[in-house]
Write a protein that binds this ligand. Structure first.
Ligand SMILES: [Zn+2]
Ligand SMILES: [Zn+2]
Length: 127
C-alpha cells in the first residue's frame, strides 16, 4: 500500500543537440563513489558499463551555463571553459572566449569539412 514503489525510474539524459540519450544514474557534482573527486560542474553521470569496476562513472553531459540546454560532453556539442557551454552558445559569444577556444573550434569544423581523413590512408593512392 505504501507508495514506497518509488522505483528509481531509469532517468534518461538527452542531449538537445545531437539527440544522444542514455540512462543516467546520478545528477550532481559529486558522484556517490568513494574515489571520485568532485566534478567541476553538475553533471549527469552513469555507471560505466564498459568496466566491471562499479566505481567508475562516465560523465554524460550537463547544462549549458548560458541557455540551460542539456548537452552531452561530446566535443561536437559542448565545451568546458570554466563552465559548460553548448557549441551554439560558444559560437554566439565566440569573441568572449580566448583565441585558443576559437582556434580549437575552427580546427574542428575544418577537419570535419575535410571529411574523413582516415589514419590508415597513408599509403593510399598507390594505383
Ligand atoms: Zn550531444
Ligand atoms: Zn547554450
Amino acid at each position: 500500500m505504501e507508495p514506497s514503489e518509488k522505483t528509481q525510474h531509469p532517468s534518461t539524459f538527452e542531449c538537445e543537440l545531437c539527440g544522444l540519450t542514455a540512462p543516467y544514474s546520478y545528477y550532481g557534482q559529486k558522484p556517490p563513489n568513494p574515489y571520485s573527486v568532485a566534478l567541476l560542474e553538475k553533471s549527469y553521470v552513469m555507471k560505466d558499463p564498459f568496466t566491471p569496476d562499479k566505481d567508475k562513472f562516465l560523465i554524460l553531459g550537463s547544462h549549458c551555463s548560458l541557455c540551460c540546454k542539456h548537452v552531452c560532453v561530446g566535443t561536437d556539442c559542448s565545451l568546458f571553459y570554466s563552465k559548460r557551454f553548448c557549441l551554439p552558445c560558444v559560437k554566439l559569444h565566440l569573441k568572449e572566449f580566448p583565441l585558443e577556444i576559437k582556434q580549437d573550434l575552427e580546427k574542428k569544423t575544418h577537419s570535419k569539412s575535410q571529411s574523413s581523413k582516415k589514419p590508415d590512408s597513408k599509403d593510399s593512392k598507390k594505383s
